[in-house]
Design a protein around this ligand. Structure first.
Ligand code: DCP
Ligand code: MG
Length: 398
């Protein structure tokens, strides 16, 4: 739906690729929706993004309610452990996801540290996603604690969003934040902007106005390095990035990435919600508490990781043709090697000898921080089916 050259739905100038073209107001094959209190303009699409609040911590607090209202941190124990989640009380001390656990202990000595229990988080995640599927047909799970929902065609999407939020909390006892927008990017940023217990619906124009003075680092996909490069060129706000001509951005970041960054800053996004996420590879990796040196030390770890990987592949009836290993050395350089086998496999007796041979050929001479193994090129059809477990819920991998 184009008005003034810009699609109300995606914020795209010109042809709206999602719908394969543009049409005059009123001729859309999709019913025109009124998003009360948000925008009178009809949106072609309406998406919601749901993100659980302090997910791992919230799950742990249900087991230890006496800790509610206090700084709680879920983090491993080893010398290289990082914080996976910090409660909002702990965040006030400067402790966030990815803060080294040792630093977190210094910043907030009174915090209670809880060891992560990933199996439990996966179970609770399935509950969340099941609650979503009861409410909405088209759900795209993008992580343990986040999902996009396609609300296109809902009579009152904002009311639907509130109902979904209430349903998730009623079923799981966990709080979440929801963002609603005409595309996934607006929905994602909106869900984050009003956390915790947030609910925010924005049009693309409203998002542009609201975040115009924010750093481009607010956007998913623009990391600290890109922010630094932009700032060095005097572009330090979303508005400035959105107004930078494509040619200049292409000169700085390349023909593909540069203009893409500009589109992100203008909240233009045409990705559809993908309900079937077919994983094309499966991997296991581990970071050592202290660096390992030499094949004799590395091979038993490779065997353990490969056994775990193959067990999982076999359980889900999946197989792939490309076997790969990854190592990260003490200088943080990462090295991968891969080899394809004639027939797709998930069997330990096939995968392990190839992985071991790749490691022996690589034979790292420096101390190794991280070792990983993967099977890629997973059969798409079988992977799609296997992604659903017997109870019809998506099986998630960390
Ligand atoms: N996570 C992790 N390591 C990170 C970031 C996140 O292990 N560096 C895990 C722990 C989180 C979960 O993923 O609980 C979800 O990540 P979010 O970024 O959504 O963070 P939270 O849900 O913890 O907090 P928020 O309320 O900000 O969403
Ligand atoms: Mg979250």
């Amino acid at each position: 739906m184009l008005t003034g050259g810009r699609c109300h739905a995606c914020g795209i100038v010109g042809r709206c690729k999602v719908q394969g073209g543009s049409w005059p107001r009123g001729d859309s094959p999709y019913p025109t929706r009124t998003l009360r209190g948000v925008s009178a303009a009809g949106w072609v699409h309406c998406y919601a993004h749901l993100d659980m609040d302090a997910f791992y911590v919230s799950v742990e607090l249900q087991r230890r309610p006496e800790l509610r209202g206090t700084p709680v941190v879920v983090a491993g124990n080893g010398p290289r452990a990082v914080v996976t989640t910090a409660s909002y009380e702990a965040r006030e001390f400067g402790v966030f996801s990815a803060t080294p656990a040792s630093r977190a202990r210094r910043l907030c000595p009174d915090a209670v540290f809880v060891a992560p229990d990933f199996d439990h988080y996966r179970d609770r995640s399935r509950e969340v996603m099941a609650a979503l599927r009861e409410q909405v047909e088209r759900v795209e799970i993008v992580g343990l604690d986040e999902a996009y929902l396609d609300l296109t065609g809902f009579e009152r999407p904002k009311a639907a969003g509130r109902q979904i939020k209430a349903a998730v909390t009623a079923r799981t006892g966990l709080a979440c934040s929801i963002g609603i927008g005409p595309n996934k990017l607006v929905a994602k940023v909106a869900s984050d902007a009003d956390k915790p217990d947030g609910f925010l619906a924005l049009s693309a124009g409203e998002a542009r106005a609201r975040f115009s003075r924010h750093s481009p680092g607010l956007l998913p996909g623009i990391g600290p390095k890109s922010v630094e490069r932009l700032e060095a060129r005097g572009v330090d706000t979303m508005a400035a990035l959105g107004a930078t001509p494509d040619e200049r951005l292409a000169g700085w970041f390349g023909a593909r990435v540069g203009p893409h960054l500009g589109r992100l800053a203008r909240f233009e996004d045409e990705r559809p919600v993908e309900t079937e996420r077919v994983r094309k590879s499966e991997s296991r990796e581990t970071t050592f508490d202290t660096d390992l040196r030499g094949l004799a030390a590395l091979e038993p770890v490779l065997e353990r990781l490969t056994a775990q990987l193959c067990e999982d592949l076999e359980r889900h009836g999946r197989s792939g043709r490309t076997i790969g290993i990854k190592i990260r050395l003490d200088d943080f350089s990462t090295h991968t090697r891969a080899r394809s086998v004639p027939a797709a496999t998930g069997a330990l007796e096939v995968v392990l000898p190839v992985a071991r041979d790749l490691l022996r050929t690589l034979d790292p001479k420096r101390p190794v921080r991280l070792l990983g193994v993967r099977v890629a090129g997973l059969d798409a059809h079988r992977a799609g089916r296997a992604a659903r477990s017997e109870d019809g819920q998506l099986a998630l991998a960390l």
